[in-house]
Ligand binder design. Sequence first.
Ligand SMILES: NC(=O)c1ccc[n+]([C@@H]2O[C@H](COP(=O)([O-])OP(=O)(O)OC[C@H]3O[C@@H](n4cnc5c(N)ncnc54)[C@H](OP(=O)(O)O)[C@@H]3O)[C@@H](O)[C@H]2O)c1
Length: 256
Amino acid sequence: MNINLTNKVALVTGASRGIGRAAAIRLAEAGADVIVNYVTSRNLAEDTANEIMNLGRRTWVIKADVSEKEDVDMMFDFIKTEIGRLNILVSNAATGGFRPLLAASNKNFDAAFHTNVLALLYLVQSSMPLLEKETTRGKIITISSHGAIAGLPMYGLVGASKAALESLVRHLTLEIGDKGVNINVVRAGLVATDSSRRLPNAEKLFNDQINFTQVGERILQPEDVADTILFLASSLSDMIQGETITIDGGAAIRGA
Ligand SMILES: NC(=O)c1ccc[n+]([C@@H]2O[C@H](COP(=O)([O-])OP(=O)(O)OC[C@H]3O[C@@H](n4cnc5c(N)ncnc54)[C@H](OP(=O)(O)O)[C@@H]3O)[C@@H](O)[C@H]2O)c1
């Protein structure tokens, strides 16, 4: 059975770069029309949209800071009036903010938790009226990392925010599962993107992945994560609910 998302509308937050961009293109390849959200990189967001258009799909580019409720409200005003439908929400956008916890300020904490956790709540609250209206199950997917369950250097704020995100998803499941919507988490291993390149010792971490992953000489790419997102966005995952699925080529087996 092939995944066919023809006539579905997907919103991908943070689709200008990295995993979000790969997910937006993968969903479009499967037939979906895709709303490309970004906050600063207009040109890169337009590039993603151009690729989607070249695949013959409809696309819209919307600037919105997902950590700001007013921005999310504005984005959904546009979706409701101009598109009128939504089937898939990929809450992907996140902020890095890699620093020691002992040096973290309230402002740093708020920035990490507003973008990485609270944004999901805003997005789910705004998208539910649209997702619920559809005849097929709505799909919400968000992205976590190993920092949710492990201690990683300089990753305390992001890791704690991802742990909160995974918990939020489990609790949201109780409220939205019976309303025709699936919500799940993709917990991705290390992928070389703009944000992970800012990790201290990034090059060494990327090189180490070749040894940690258990799939031969192959490391995780944004497209691999996008494939898991695609599966969770499809009807093949209708019975997967409130779960966290790890995609890391087996690195977690080695404690990475
Ligand atoms: N890379 C990894 O190794 C890795 C591993 C596990 C999990 N993840 C997770 O995967 C997701 C994507 O990560 P990535 O590495 O692909 O990130 P990335 O390359 O740094 O891209 C971040 C994206 O999020 C957008 N963004 C950031 N803050 C935003 C905000 N407040 N409102 C709207 N958009 C915002 C950026 O938009 P602009 O371009 O407009 O700034 C950009 O499109 C994140 O949730 C991350 O935590 C990443």
